[in-house]
Design a protein around this ligand. Structure first.
Ligand code: DGI
Ligand code: FE
Ligand code: FE
Ligand code: FE
Length: 189
């Protein structure tokens, strides 16, 4: 793994300016949260945040090719970019950026759906992605306050709102999103 500067240069080349700016804001927010919760490995947090959307702008054909070539779960084929850029994106980050740290790769894998059991890194990226300073949706400041006071309460806040929004839109809900909802909201954690 090279320096942050090298990684940032790759991302500036790879991503649209819109997404590159989002990624930098997620890094800033994830580091703020990490310091708030006294997380020791800030470099890990920084790298995970910087790469979390590395694959977001790749084509469906690219994702399908990796699913086949790496013999990933064939059921992944039925989903779309929102699932692939995390789960399959982690494989691309491993293979193309030579990032092998499983804490970083898992934080990428779970950054959209969450997971029933999340590490501190998973939670920091999941929340920083949602409340970075460029986000503007009703209640975002309440979510920011909640998250800095209690990280698990922040995860629950996000899940409750995202699931409500997905149900209202009648859009497909990934089982992993439901598992996360059950663990953090319905279990009244
Ligand atoms: O990549 P970003 O846009 O920065 O953020 P993200 O990867 O966290 O994606 C967030 C979007 O994904 C948000 O609009 C909610 C949506 N999402 C999360 N879980 C599900 C989902 N969309 C569908 N259709 N189904 C899900 O289970
Ligand atoms: Fe994402
Ligand atoms: Fe997210
Ligand atoms: Fe993101």
């Amino acid at each position: 793994p090279g320096s942050r500067d090298q990684l940032v240069a790759i991302l500036a080349d790879t991503l649209s300016d819109f997404r590159y700016q989002h990624v930098l804001r997620v890094e800033a927010k994830a580091l703020e949260l990490a310091q708030n919760f006294a997380v020791a490995d800030l470099e890990k947090v920084s790298v995970a945040a910087l790469v979390h959307d590395y694959a977001k702008e790749r084509s469906d054909a690219d994702f399908k090719a990796v699913i086949k070539a790496k013999h990933l779960d064939r059921n992944l084929m039925q989903w779309g970019n929102y699932v692939w850029h995390g789960l399959v994106g982690a494989e691309m980050i491993h293979d193309e950026l030579a990032i092998t740290d499983e804490d970083i790769l898992n934080a990428v894998r779970y950054h959209t759906t969450g997971a029933a059991y999340m590490t501190i890194y998973d939670k920091l990226i999941f929340m920083a992605d949602y409340i970075e300073d460029g986000r503007d949706f009703p209640g975002v400041d309440d979510c920011r306050t909640t998250t800095f006071a209690d990280l698990d309460a922040g995860v629950a806040w996000q899940l409750k709102h995202t699931l409500g929004y997905l149900l209202a839109k009648q859009t497909p809900i990934h089982p992993q999103t439901v598992l996360t909802y059950n663990a953090f909201v319905a279990n009244n954690k």
